[in-house]
Design a protein around this ligand. Structure first.
Ligand code: ADP
Ligand code: MG
Length: 210
């Protein structure tokens, strides 16, 4: 089976993510209500509804498509999540470029560039209880599975398993970044909303590739 990551697959990925964000709108708001201001689902859903509606007319080359998604996310998604998710897609799009033979190893490098974009923007580190705690292990797992030449669906499945473990790991963390950090010890015992939505990126990639 070819493991080429086509622009159609990337477009399906974004479309699936947007659908999952809508389906989890209330859950993301409730998680944010516990340790933030209850708007994370609303922020993401509003922006990704616009992104999904624009997919048919977006550039049909891999890097250009994801950079376009990143720009739309920056301008349409509010809160901390907008610039963070936006940087992720902008840096990912930049890194993969428009090579039509994009394979999973190059895509993994692109995801790592996306993660670096998130860090450049928010300065989060492992254990700060943010979306970094999902993206970093998810990207590591995708990188390792791509290097081991897994089939594409299995590459993304490996990423999803690591991302889910990362999401669960945020429950016992004390928040050190963003609004949740104002709560100090009271942030412990709650799953991070951004980690929860970031995990949906891996769910969406897995279904787009399967
Ligand atoms: P806001 O806090 O402005 O209301 P959202 O509710 O949309 O923004 O997003 C909150 C999520 O953003 C948090 O759950 C966390 O995962 C993520 N986050 C906040 N600050 C940072 C940061 N500096 N680096 C990485 N992620 C962050
Ligand atoms: Mg919020």
């Amino acid at each position: 089976m070819s493991d080429t990551i086509t622009v159609e697959l990337l477009s399906r990925w974004i479309h699936e993510f947007s659908g999952l964000v809508s389906a989890h709108h209330d859950q993301l708001n409730s998680l944010d209500a516990a340790i933030g201001d209850a708007d994370h689902g609303t922020n993401l859903d509003r922006g990704f509804t616009v992104v999904a509606a624009g997919l048919a007319t977006a550039p049909q080359q891999p890097g250009d498509l994801l950079s376009h998604v990143g720009r739309t996310v920056v301008s349409k998604v509010g809160g901390a999540a907008g610039p963070l998710f936006g940087s992720f897609f902008l840096c990912l799009g930049d890194a993969i470029g428009n090579d039509p033979d994009l394979d999973s190893r190059r895509f993994a490098l692109g995801l790592r560039a996306g993660l670096a974009g998130v860090v450049a923007r928010g300065r989060a580190e492992a254990g700060d209880k943010t979306l970094y705690d999902v993206l970093a292990p998810g990207v590591d797992a995708i990188d390792a599975a791509a290097a081991a030449q897994y089939d594409l669906p299995d590459v993304f499945r490996a990423g999803l398993l690591a991302a889910e473990a990362g999401r669960e790991s945020t429950i016992c963390m004390l928040a050190r970044k963003g609004r949740a950090s104002y709560l100090g010890e009271r942030s412990v015992g709650h799953q991070d909303p951004g980690a929860t939505s970031a995990c949906l990126l891996f769910t969406a990639a897995t279904s787009a590739a399967t």
